[in-house]
Write a protein that binds this ligand. Structure first.
Ligand code: CAA
Length: 418
């Protein structure tokens, strides 16, 4: 039998505070429906300077190791996907290795390509294991980011932060990846970027949405070509995309998943051997199907709507949300995943949900992590946003979580809660 490889378990970490999105809209003099119905948001995580990409990554990783009894001696690779790292040279991954006292006999590095960096790391881990080079060892891939555009900007309601840690192994209890079917599409574009030294991203918002959907089309069509060749999907009474039980998207804001799904359906509708609608308007209308969106996408977005954008981690937060609610029902079924990173790179891949997904998700208990959060006012959110990155607030870390406590001689020092 062909070796199975994929995600065995996951754990999340989120900032301790969040702001209500309708309250933020009212404070900005905007109709709250623009942020809720227009962007699909409910709440937005607010990370303070003590909750940087290292602290969030280490907190998620520690939770993964603890709740799933991961044997550190069996890890051979640690990759952190991030675009909000804390140093031009020292990777977030080496901080995590030290904080978790992981063995030295490991490949440890960061992977950066905007929001795609986590998926790049995941695929490196999956293919390392599938190739046999891992010789039975597992990998940990952590996606950790803080999305920040600044106060009073169009991007403000699409901020957020958090981390998702993934255990990748030959025992894919959550998701067995269809190794080799991946479709990629990359282009040189300036849609979203963050010049060195800037805290906030620069973004050409509407153009970034077009870059995302263009890249999605290329990546999905590449995946579909391979999936058709391997008879994983086929043209028939239903279109190839409709044969995936669920499709997970990169979620910079929840409404983007709806736009992405329309684009994916449009690819199938335009390319179908027996085109189901002949005019561009007819094809567009068919692609927009709310029934399809509700059946294939909506159930994955709960955590994203409550946390906001998490850049590299947003696709994997959607995976956590989906398996948290539908892990049992989806066992044995194939889902599609679309990763997008500005600049830009995208990848579409698929995998089969494992029989133990629901059990693993119950162990990881994402709801307990979410329930610990504290709602803050818009005034408090603004105060936190204006804090200097150099002097983190002297707050005690929460139980089991890491926090940046001090920067001394340009070295970052972290403490862990009891
Ligand atoms: N009631 C209901 N809906 C309303 C409304 C109201 N009163 N007012 C506006 N809306 C709707 C609009 O119709 C629109 O919906 P559609 O796109 O479906 O038409 C939606 O609310 C947003 O309105 P606008 O487009 O006018 O909003 P905006 O110009 O202020 O900015 C944005 C929206 C471009 C997404 C901005 O928030 C932004 O720049 N965000 C950051 C960039 C981003 O997330 N890009 C995504 C692709 S890039 C990527 O994915 C990488 C990454 O992680 C960043």
């Amino acid at each position: 039998m062909k070796k199975q490889v994929g995600i065995e378990a996951l754990a999340i970490a989120v900032p301790r505070r969040y702001v209500d999105i309708e309250e933020l809209a009212r404070a900005r003099g905007v109709d709250p429906a623009k942020y809720t119905a227009g962007l699909g948001a409910k709440e937005m995580a607010v990370a303070d300077p003590g909750e940087d990409a290292v602290a969030l990554a280490a907190s998620a990783a520690a939770r993964l190791m603890r709740t799933h009894a991961v044997d550190p001696a069996k890890l051979g690779m640690l990759v952190v996907g991030t675009e909000t790292g804390v140093d031009h040279s020292k990777p977030v991954a080496s901080h995590v290795q030290g904080l978790l006292k992981l063995p030295s006999s490991m490949r440890v590095y960061d992977s950066q390509h905007a929001c795609y960096g986590g998926t790049a790391g995941l695929m490196a881990a999956v293919e390392w294991i599938a190739s046999g080079a891992a010789a039975g060892r597992s990998a940990m891939v952590i996606c950790s980011d803080i999305a920040r555009y600044g106060l009073n900007t169009p991007g403000e309601p699409t901020q957020g932060g958090g981390a998702v840690a993934l255990l990748v192994s030959e025992q894919p209890d959550l998701l067995a990846v269809d190794v080799g079917l991946n479709g990629a599409c990359s282009m040189d574009v300036y849609d979203f970027w963050r010049p060195i030294g800037r805290r906030e991203a620069v973004v050409d918002g509407h153009y970034s949405i077009k870059c995302y959907t263009d890249a999605l089309s290329g990546a999905y069509r590449n995946w579909r070509e391979r999936a058709l060749a391997h008879e994983v999907v086929r043209w028939g009474a239903t279109m190839p995309g409709e044969q995936l039980a669920r499709i997970l998207y990169h979620v910079p804001f929840c409404k983007m998943a709806r736009k992405a799904h329309t684009q994916l359906r449009l690819c199938d509708i335009e390319d179908a051997p027996n085109a189901p609608a002949s005019t561009p308007e007819g094809r567009e209308e068919l692609a927009k199907s709310s029934a399809s969106y509700n059946a294939q996408v909506a159930s994955s977005l709960d955590l994203n709507a409550r946390v906001g954008n998490v850049y590299t981690a947003s696709l994997y937060l959607a995976l956590a949300g989906l398996l948290n609610t539908e892990g049992a029902a989806l066992a044995g079924q194939r889902v599609g995943l679309l990763s997008y990173g500005s600049g830009c790179a995208s990848e579409f891949y698929s995998g089969v949900v494992g029989d133990k997904a629901a059990k693993r998700m119950a162990t990881t208990n994402v709801e307990a992590v979410m329930a610990k959060r504290e709602r803050v006012s818009v005034a408090e959110y603004e105060r936190i946003m204006n804090l200097s990155y150099e002097n983190p607030e002297p707050l005690p870390p929460q139980a089991g979580e890491f926090r940046l406590s001090e920067i001394r001689d340009h070295k970052r020092l972290y403490t862990q809660g009891p």
